[in-house]
Design a protein around this ligand. Structure first.
Ligand code: PRP
Ligand code: URA
Length: 205
């Protein structure tokens, strides 16, 4: 598994606003959108390209285009905040939805929705702002592998060391791109310093 912690001044600047307890719900979508654009540019850096002959107004040359089908997979709910940035960058990508919710007592994710396009041979980009225990990401990864996906890239705003370690051990081929690797989980399996419950802050619940 490869882990990329995106070291970019704008990432730290935007994440600080997302973390701030005084940042209101109405600012969250726009901040999430901008942050997601940067994270996705990093996450798509090494997508496979195919070259083809083409013409500029000046001469014949060689063009490059993304050669594999891409499926964006936002994890409901919070991953929806990252979707508009992803579709802007990858307008031809198909979109699959996985609904996962952590049980408030056990912190174990339960699946409540799944609607995926054809996944065989695709590159799946999982969108989920928070990687805490890694349980939600694990369920998503297992489901996508079962569907025959070729490569998985997981894009998160904030991750815990525990979650990264868990995924590293169990899914060595998954690439993870995060905005920040935080200190640890608390007893309720929330990330510290973190930003609280991303879904609640994004949707105002
Ligand atoms: C959050 C977050 C991740 C998950 C991470 O979702 O968006 O999906 O928790 O935690 P984990 O790594 O311990 O599984 P949540 O279950 O709160 O649902 P929501 O997006 O509907 O708020
Ligand atoms: N989900 C969140 O939204 N925040 C956390 O800190 C952990 C899981």
């Amino acid at each position: 598994m490869s882990l990329t912690v995106t070291e970019h001044a704008l990432v730290l600047h935007i994440l600080t606003q997302l973390r701030d307890e005084n940042t209101p719900h109405e600012a969250y979508f726009s901040l999430t959108h901008t942050l997601s654009r940067i994270l996705l540019i990093e996450a798509t850096r090494y997508l496979p390209l195919a070259s083809f002959p083409m013409r500029t107004p000046m001469e014949e040359t060689t063009g490059a285009r993304i050669s594999k089908p891409i499926v964006l997979v936002p994890i409901l709910r919070a991953g929806l905040g990252m979707l508009s940035a992803a579709t802007e960058l990858l307008p031809s990508a198909k979109i699959g939805f996985l609904g996962l919710q952590r049980n408030e007592t056990t912190a174990i994710a339960e699946s409540y929705y799944c609607k995926l396009p054809e996944m065989v041979s695709a590159t799946a980009i999982i969108l989920d702002p928070m990687l805490a225990t890694g349980g939600s990401a694990e369920q998503a990864i297992v489901r996508l592998m079962t569907e025959g996906v070729e490569e998985i890239i997981l894009v998160c705003a904030v991750a815990s060391p525990e979650g990264v370690e868990y995924l590293t051990e169990h899914f060595p081929d998954v690439h993870i791109v995060v905005g920040a690797l935080d200190r640890c989980l608390n007893a309720q399996k929330y990330i510290l310093p973190g930003l609280g419950d991303f879904g609640d802050r994004l949707f105002g619940t």
